[in-house]
Design a protein around this ligand. Sequence first.
Ligand code: SDX
Length: 378
Amino acid sequence: MTVCEYRAGLEGIPATQSSISFVDGQRGILEYRGIPIEKLAEYSNFIETAYLLIWGELPKKDELELFEHEITHHRRLKYRIRDMMKCFPEGGHPMDALQACAAALGLFYSRRALDDPTYIRAAVVRLLAKIPTMVAAFQLMRKGNDPVQPRDDLGYSANFLYMLTEEEPDPLAAHIFDVCLTLHAEHTINASTFSAMVTASTLTDPYAVVASAVGTLAGPLHGGANEEVIFMLEEIGSVENVRPYIEHCIEKKQKIMGFGHRVYKVKDPRATILQDLAQQLFVKYGEDKFYEIAVEMEQVVHELLGHKGIYPNVDFYSGLVYRKLGIPTDLFTPVFAISRTAGWLAHWKEQLNENRIFRPTQIYTGTHAAAYIPIQDR
Ligand code: SDX
């Protein structure tokens, strides 16, 4: 039964009903549970935002304290996970390492009780708590060092930067990183969230749900674009090269990384906030030579592709923030995954509330009743 016309990439086709987030791509509006992203970036923090997304409302003081406490006390990794990571090739991409580690959690917590709120809560806490530790541990281990243990006296974001750099970050760096996590936490039915929902709809375990989403986020058309943006800025190298580079991309029909979006036809509101965060970091820690190139790119793309609604997306300025925070380029997408785990879990939970397995149809374009040709006759 074909109920509507085929649209490549399912453009404009609703895949679910959801109350988690809202995007107005013409007006550049993003809300989590009805709260504008700008308000959350200014007044909330990542853990509170994760609570809001997953449990549906802002936590009361004691609820937030309990959630923070639980997450803080589940940050450590089992030594078997660390031993498994020691066998990973140091040249492997951290997103592949993260996907393997997320899936491996399912080996340790294999009791699947999707109708038990205690099980749901424990899975949410474990995944939010352990994913940053996995990312930081892989970074240290690939350099030949032992991973550092999480510090219970540090907040979620400060602890991640500490585990990554082995130095306690200053409060501005920790705060700005935390805002980045808040901004990336959720974005309606993007590719990785859709992947999470499809996996969730089979009633498999939440570690498989997050592992499949991590794999989907990694691609350069999705979360992997933040890393590609830095390679592109490196390749462009100077403000003078921006226009010829963009003209070349347009002529060759190549995608300009960090620009364009299926839903936004104006500048992504998260890009506006991230640009502001980058500027705050430049004031304290000094300029980044790539920033001038990035600003020129935004202007030239607006001039040449603005009529098509091609503007900076979330991945365009995030890398400039992460660079100033000392985060290696190939960890930008894992950092996106740390944050988006909140959104994936919110959709996992929502999917379970009224689950039906995803099983779309297709328009068959092949032949019928074809002859089987014996191998010697082909
Ligand atoms: C994220 O979905 C989400 O919400 C994702 C995300 C989230 O929070 O989860 O917001 C995170 O994934 C951000 C996007 C990161 N990706 C990139 O920066 C890669 C570069 N961008 C593009 O490849 C592209 O814009 C996509 C993948 C983001 C969207 O792809 P669509 O909707 O399938 O659009 P398209 O490729 O069909 O392009 C439509 C038109 C084309 O022109 P025409 O052939 O119609 O003339 O717009 C042009 C494209 O050529 N176009 C671009 C462009 N993006 C679209 N032209 C040049 N550079 C670009 N980046």
